[in-house]
Design a protein around this ligand. Structure first.
Ligand code: ATP
Ligand code: MG
Length: 152
């Protein structure tokens, strides 16, 4: 049976760091849109390209789930509706679905991103303090009632 793991959290929350660990421990296939965009030579701030890529990676994830694989999606999943679509889609394939919410205080996110911006890690783009503050107002944290709908 397939297993889908959704990593939810703002930039700097540690999704890629956790996904790398889980991918080797479980083992699982990790799908990280930022890294794909970077490898394809695309701008990480190109939103139409990101939307197309995320749709394509979701098709690929469903193929893997049908084959019984474990898939980790690092989309961030800021919107509840987006998480619901993944949950229902995976369940329709008979897969289990887990939502890992990485809740990190905004000040700590700022600190981590400042360090990561300076290091210029591969597959990342600089994220300013203003942009993070703006994104934090859009982010819809999962509620306990939402988390209860998942297998873990
Ligand atoms: N638990 C942690 N404690 C302290 N630092 C961490 C932790 N997890 C990750 N970091 C550091 O914080 C930075 C951001 O982590 P990471 O790149 O994994 O976040 P992300 O959620 O994938 O961000 P993005 O959404 O921008 O891809 C990295 O430099 C990483 O080394
Ligand atoms: Mg990441």
């Amino acid at each position: 049976m397939g297993r889908l793991i959704l990593l939810c959290g703002l930039p700097g929350a540690g999704k890629t760091t956790l996904a790398r660990r889980l991918a080797s421990e479980i083992p699982a296939v990790r799908l990280c849109p930022d890294e794909w965009l970077a490898h394809l030579g695309l701008d990480l701030y190109d939103e139409p390209a990101r939307d197309r890529l995320e749709r394509q990676l979701w098709r690929h994830a469903q193929d893997l789930l049908r084959l019984g694989q474990t898939v980790i999606l690092e989309y961030g999943f800021w919107a509840r509706a987006e998480r619901e679509a993944m949950r229902l889609g995976a369940r329709a394939l008979g897969a289990t679905v887990e939502l890992r919410y990485l809740a990190v205080p905004l000040e700590e996110l700022h600190r981590r991103l400042e360090r990561r911006n300076a290091a210029g890690d591969a597959g990342t783009a600089p994220i300013s303090r203003d942009l993070l503050d703006q994104w934090a107002t859009i982010f819809e944290p999962p509620t306990p009632d939402e988390l209860a709908r998942y297998d873990a």
